[in-house]
Design a binder for this molecule. Structure first.
Ligand code: SF4
Length: 340
């Protein structure tokens, strides 16, 4: 590895600082007349993390943890209530709509459901070349060639066979490859992959993950990888952040978090990961109870109603994310007991 590449690796490509997103539930004229307090869903409530250039950072959490909202904030599809997103040194809040539109070429999204994200009336060729018409309208002569190259690159080969197919004429795994080709055709640097294999057949998931890993290396991509599934995160991520109810519970290198989880929630998630062996059964289950309501989250530590080791302090005092081991952070008052 050259000195230059080491320097490049250390660069923070994305910096997310104290990000908050509250969605108004009520607060209209009737509530004003009735003097009712406005209500919010606190989807994201003060989340901070960085992603280095060329890294795969996984945001892992159950449904309702805020991970998809964070992804949308990072690529400018939503505006934050508070906090900042800095991409390659550019503060997104400082950009006009036109500047944001131009920057979006460098930040693309792979959505979860290829059936929903592909227009059923567009052929594969039209869908994949569509972003080129938006971002490079003056280079039409090259569009066809680039589109075919990208179809081949994601394994839809020969491209000529797929170009005129409609989404319903190809398999689910092939549709997901179309979504990947469409996201990569503008040569982005940051890719938000939002549960990119969740809808794919189990038999093709590993193939799609292998494809994403290969493309990351070939195209020098940085991924923000969103998933509810720790087994998937283990396959592809360099570092992960565990989200619980809009807050970061734990963050660190994948290996550290897997080998020494410091938060009771991470421990529960890991214990619930299925073992792909019919002779071994899990005895562990997720802690009882649903994720609480983000409109009125629990006081103190948000995990305390489900935490097996909660103490009285936990319902009164919020634990902040702190670095307990080098690069390994946790938001729990009592995490030291897991260091041994
Ligand atoms: Fe459990 Fe308390 Fe730690 Fe929260 S702060 S995870 S409730 S022990």
């Amino acid at each position: 590895m050259t000195e230059n590449s080491i320097k490049k690796e250390k660069k923070n490509f994305l910096e997310v600082k104290d990000l908050k997103k509250y969605f108004h539930l009520r607060g209209g004229i009737i509530d004003t007349l009735l003097s009712r307090e406005p209500e919010y869903v606190r989807a994201v409530d003060g989340v901070t993390f960085n992603i280095k250039e060329g890294e795969v950072f996984g945001l892992v959490g159950e449904s309702g943890s805020g991970k998809t909202t964070i992804g949308r904030l990072v690529v400018g599809l939503e505006k934050p209530t508070e906090g900042t997103v800095i991409f390659d040194g550019i503060d997104l809040s400082s950009l006009s709509n036109e500047e944001m539109r131009k920057l979006r070429r460098r930040m693309q999204v792979m959505f979860q459901d290829p059936t929903a994200s592909l227009n059923p009336r567009m052929t594969v060729g039209e869908a994949v070349s569509h972003p080129l018409q938006i971002h490079f309208p003056g280079k039409k002569a090259n569009h066809r060639k680039m589109m075919e190259e990208h179809l081949e690159r994601v394994g839809l080969s020969p491209a000529s066979y797929f170009v005129n197919k409609y989404p319903h004429e190809i398999s689910g795994g092939q549709r997901q490859r179309v979504v990947i080709a469409r996201a990569l055709i503008t040569t982005p640097e940051l890719v938000l992959a939002d549960e990119p294999i969740a809808m794919a057949d189990v038999s093709v998931r590993a193939l799609l993950l292998d494809l994403m890993v290969r493309l990351k290396t070939e195209l020098n991509l940085t991924y923000l990888f969103i998933t509810h599934d720790l087994a998937t995160a283990k396959y592809i991520c360099d570092r992960i952040g565990i989200l619980y109810l809009g807050k970061m519970a734990e963050e660190g290198n994948l290996r550290d978090v897997y080998s020494k989880p410091l938060h009771p929630y991470t421990q529960a998630l890991l214990a619930a990961v299925p073992i792909p062996d019919p002779h071994q059964r899990r005895t562990e289950e997720m802690p009882e109870g649903e994720i609480p309501n983000p409109i009125n989250p629990p006081s103190g530590c948000r995990f305390h109603p489900r935490c097996p080791i909660a103490e009285a302090r936990c319902s009164e005092e919020e634990p902040f994310l702190r670095e307990l081991l080098p690069g390994h952070k946790v938001a729990c008052h009592y995490a030291e007991q897991f260091l041994e």
